[in-house]
Design a protein around this ligand. Sequence first.
Ligand SMILES: [Cu+2]
Ligand SMILES: [Zn+2]
Length: 183
Amino acid sequence: MDHKFAIRALLVSAALAACLVSGIPQAKASEKTTVKLVDAKGDDVGTATITFPSTQQPGVIVKLDVKGLPPGVHAVHFHQNPKCDAPDFKSAGGHFNPTNKQHGFDNPQGHHAGDMMNFTVEDNGKANVTVKDDDVTLGSAKEWNSLHVNEGTSIIIHAKADDYKTDPSGNSGDRIACGTIIQ
Ligand SMILES: [Cu+2]
Ligand SMILES: [Zn+2]
C-alpha cells in the first residue's frame, strides 16, 4: 500500500470513528421530502416534493404535482402545525411565521416565512409546477426556520389566489388541500 494513502485512510477512519463515538451526524449535502396532499373529503390530490438544496443557507424548492383541484390561480403556503383535519384544515393553524411578521410579499410589515407565490391549476384539474420559499429550511427540529421545527408544519392550497398583502392570509379563501410535513 502507498504510504500517503495509508496515512489518509487512517485519518479518515479515525474521523469516522470519532463521529460514531460522539454521535455527531454527518452533514448532508441536501434534504428532500415528499408530502401527500388530501382534499376536504380526505381524497388524494397529489404530492408536494420539497427539496432543500443547500444545508448552508435557507431556501427550499417545492414541486407541486396535483390533480382533482378547481382550475385557476391558487395560493399555497406553509402553515404552522403538522395537522390536516378535514374538512376545513383549521387545525393547521396560521402561516409558518417564526419572525413574527404580517402576511404578504407586498405588505410593508411582511412577510411570513411560510408565504409563497401563487400557482395555476389547468382546466384538467392538474398542475405540475415549481414554487419556492427562500426563508425556510428542511433542517432539524431545533432550527427555528426549519419546516421540521417542533413537531413539524404543513403545506396548504387555498381556493383563491393570494393578494400578497392582506393579513393574515392574503384573502385566499378556504383551505382546499393539505399535507403534513413531519420528519
Ligand atoms: Cu395558507
Ligand atoms: Zn402569510
